[in-house]
Design a protein around this ligand. Structure first.
Ligand code: ADP
Length: 770
């Protein structure tokens, strides 16, 4: 334990004490010196006065006697006093009787003494004799050098101060020694003992008390330190125990981890094995799915080709001369064939979904017309007491981007169901524009669907109840397909229904629009609608006519008819029209259900200007209004719904199968086309060198040269670059369409096709060319 002397407690203590003692001692010594000065100063005057008093009488007598000799002796005697440096006796005539003086003492301390006491002092006293104190005899004057006193005083003061210092010094030495033994030594001993302790190896041995310090502050300090050391020692012991336990635990943990790692590695390798097996199983499943798809494609080819022939032949036979019974039998056979085709199509579509092969087109199409066409086609299935209405939002863009074929499928599935399950009431299909899409709602007043069946019916081959197939037929595939189609188009299909009240299926699809809102035609005239208030017709007329600039007024079916006046009356109540005819000859536009047109006698009596079939398409209504109101381009004799039927086109049919040739040729002929026939691709190429055609229907699989190769060669000829080529194929899988496009064909028609499908394609491609 090495502490510098000046840093030691005893030194600091002693130093402080000595400083205080020194200051106090110096102050006291200075006070003592001051007092001594005052008394010394007073004693100078006192002693000289005493000297003058002693000398007064002899000096007075000398002055009285004017004895110069004695006067000389007296002043010499006075000069013997060490302080007196000059003495003089002067008589009353101011005559100096005696005068002596000597030089002042010289010393280097004199300056100090002169500073304190002054250099010299002058004393004089008047001389008189005691019996005549009032008579002045002369003067005794003394000059005193203060140094005689000052030197004594300085010596004493010096001594006083020196002894003061010596006392302080001695005191400090004594204190230093005392403090050292009392404080520093026991403390340094204690500190040494403490610092020699190794806290890392705790011991419960106590630090010893310094001798004779058991009960004082140092003893208490030792006690407290011992207590702290004991608690530190026990804490360290506890910590060591805890660390020991922790180390043991870590070791156990390590063992557990390594055991677990081994287990995991084993599980991992098992998992890898099972992954490999799963991978293998997946590959097998995919292979099987592919095989199934291929099988389906082949099967569909195999089934479609004869079906195509069957349906085509039946349809041709139905157009020929037949008696009623034969016609009915053939119609049933034709209808059953159509059901078979639809079933086949549905199964094929489902399998495409499952194989992930369904591809959606994105082309511009007119959704409103598509809905109206589909509704018009399906209206033949509607019961006579069901009113089918298309309510098209006038804001709906003219052209939307999407897959028209799949859209038609959705609409016709929902609409066919609504018509199938509704015996009486209304079926409405509403199309409205939504933000970035469309909403199609099919609402019917049919049998509705029980709550427990509402989710089930969206699964393949599921129907609402067991009696459904027997009563209504069907396979249970339509809704499953529709839902998947909606999801594939990123839309959704929802259902609201109450058993016995009706159902509403709602499809919401994001369809980007290709064009803006269409311009509405503008007509002039006053129109009255006569129909039941809750009829689809009144809703449709109220929706359309005011937007076309017409003033429209609705009359309920049982309102009185007298006094009504308008440019045209539109009605679907022929029974009220007889009454009306008696009252006025207002032009009448009659709307009837499909196949429920007026007999010729009724036409004669009612004389309607127009008779239109339900569902009313916007185009048909507009044309009829233009004709009856005498506005716009249309002529009264025009058949608006059949504008394209008279197709005067030359079509080259390239097909090897004679049955298919016959079917396609028959349909084309009925559609007004002139047909050229080639049995394979090579023959078609030869014919095209000499003959000009407007369109080619090209089978894909043919002997000699197949349809793909033939198309490629046709496209190589620049003058035939624009010629529409439509593929005819029975292979319904998705890559087939791609193959056809890659070869240069424009469109695709799956066999067996219906006449209206062929007609739609002809209309599309022939109008595109013209
Ligand atoms: P399918 O009509 O061929 O039976 P769907 O998948 O189209 O097959 O329909 C499944 C079932 O859903 C139908 O069998 C019928 O029970 C019920 N369903 C569908 N649409 C309607 C509807 N508009 N009204 C009442 N029931 C319906």
């Amino acid at each position: 334990m090495d502490i510098a002397l000046t840093q030691r407690l005893s030194f600091k203590q002693a130093g402080l004490t000595v400083l205080v003692a020194f200051i106090l001692g110096t102050a006291l010594s200075l006070i003592q010196v001051g007092i001594d000065y005052a008394s010394e100063d007073a004693s100078i005057n006192r002693e000289i006065r005493a000297l003058m008093e002693i000398s007064h009488n002899p000096a007075a007598r000398i002055a009285y006697n004017i004895d110069a000799e004695l006067a000389q002796e007296l002043v010499l005697g006075l000069l013997r006093s060490p302080a007196v440096i000059s003495a003089q006796i002067i008589d009353n005539n101011q005559l100096t009787l005696a005068s002596v003086s000597r030089p002042a003492m010289q010393s280097r301390y004199r300056v100090l003494s002169d500073f304190i006491f002054g250099q010299r002092r002058h004393f004089e006293t008047a001389l008189f004799v005691s019996h005549s104190p009032n008579e002045a005899l002369g003067l005794l004057s003394l000059e005193v050098d203060t140094f005689a006193f000052g030197s004594h005083f300085l010596r004493r003061s010096l001594l006083t101060l020196l002894t003061g210092f010596a006392r302080s010094l001695l005191l400090s030495l004594i204190l230093l020694v005392l403090f050292y033994f009392m404080l520093t030594k026991p403390l340094t001993g204690f500190i040494r003992a403490l610092s020699e302790r190794d806290l890392r190896s705790p011991s419960h041995a106590k630090l010893p008390y310094p001798p004779n310090h058991e009960r004082d502050e140092i003893g208490v300090l030792v006690d407290v330190t011992n207590r702290q050391l004991a608690s530190i020692a026990s804490e360290i012991e506890q910590r060591q125990h805890a660390e020991d336990r922790l180390t043991r635990y870590l070791a156990e943990l390590e063992d557990m981890v390594s055991a677990r790692t081994e287990q995991l590695e084993a599980a991992n390798s098992r998992l890898l094995d099972s992954n490999r097996e799963l991978e293998q199983a997946k590959r097998t499943a995919l292979d099987m799915a592919q095989a199934r798809s291929a099988f389906l494609a082949n099967m569909s080819h195999e089934i479609r080709t004869p079906l195509n022939g069957l349906l085509g032949m039946l349809s041709l036979s139905l157009d020929g001369p037949l008696n009623n019974e034969q016609r009915q039998q053939l119609s049933i056979a034709h209808d059953s064939g159509k059901v078979l085709v639809e079933l086949l199509n549905d199964i094929l579509d489902l399998s495409k979904f499952e194989a992930g092969q369904l591809e959606l087109e994105k082309i511009p199409f007119d959704l409103a017309s598509l809905v109206e066409d589909t509704a018009s086609l399906l209206s033949q299935n509607a019961a006579s007491d069901v009113e089918l209405t298309c309510l098209i939002d006038p804001q709906l863009p003219h052209q939307l981007l999407g897959d028209p074929t799949r859209f038609r499928q959705i609409v016709s599935n929902l609409l066919a169901n609504a018509l199938k399950f509704t015996r009486v009431g209304r079926v409405d299909i509403t199309v409205s524009a939504q933000h970035e899409g469309v909403k199609i709602t099919v609402r019917d007043t049919g049998i509705g669907i029980a709550e427990d069946a509402q989710t089930r019916i969206f699964h393949p081959f599921a129907q609402a109840g067991i009696g459904i197939t027997r009563q209504f037929g069907g396979t249970g595939l339509g809704l499953a397909l529709t839902r998947r189609l909606c999801e594939a188009m990123h839309g959704q299909l929802s259902l609201e229904t109450r058993e016995g009240v009706g159902s509403t299926f709602c499809v919401e699809l994001p369809l980007p629009s290709q064009t803006g809102t269409p311009l509405q035609p503008q007509l002039r005239g006053r129109i009255i609608g006569l129909s039941p208030a809750d009829s689809g017709l009144s809703a449709q007329l109220a929706n359309l006519l005011p937007r076309w600039g017409l003033s429209y007024h609705h009359l309920d079916a049982d309102s009185p008819l007298s006094g009504i006046d308008a440019d045209l009356l539109i009605s679907d109540c022929p029974q009220r029209l007889h009454e009306l005819r008696q009252l006025s000859n207002l032009p009448i536009l009659l709307v009837s259900a499909y196949g429920d047109f007026l007999s010729s006698e009724q036409v004669d009596t009612l004389a309607p200007v127009e008779q239109l079939a339900r569902p009313l398409s916007r185009q048909a209504l507009l044309q009829a209004l233009r004709r009856t109101l005498g506005q716009g381009e249309a002529h009264a004799t025009e058949q608006p719904s059949e504008p394209a039927r008279n197709r005067q086109a030359r079509v080259l049919l390239v097909e090897d199968n004679p049955v298919n040739q016959l079917v396609a040729k028959g349909m084309l002929g009925k559609l007004g086309c002139e047909v050229l026939l080639a049995n394979h691709g090579q023959e078609a190429l030869t014919m095209l060198e000499t003959q000009a055609v407007d369109l080619i229907l090209m089978d894909c699989n043919m002997p000699v040269m197949d349809g793909y190769e033939a198309t490629r060669r046709i496209r190589q000829r620049s003058e035939l670059n624009e010629l529409p080529i439509i593929a005819l194929t029975a292979n319904a899988l998705s890559d087939e369409r791609e193959r056809c496009r890659a070869a240069g064909m424009d469109d695709y028609l799956a066999k067996p096709f219906r006449k209206d499908e062929l007609a739609a394609l002809l209309d599309q491609w022939l109008s595109a060319v013209n």
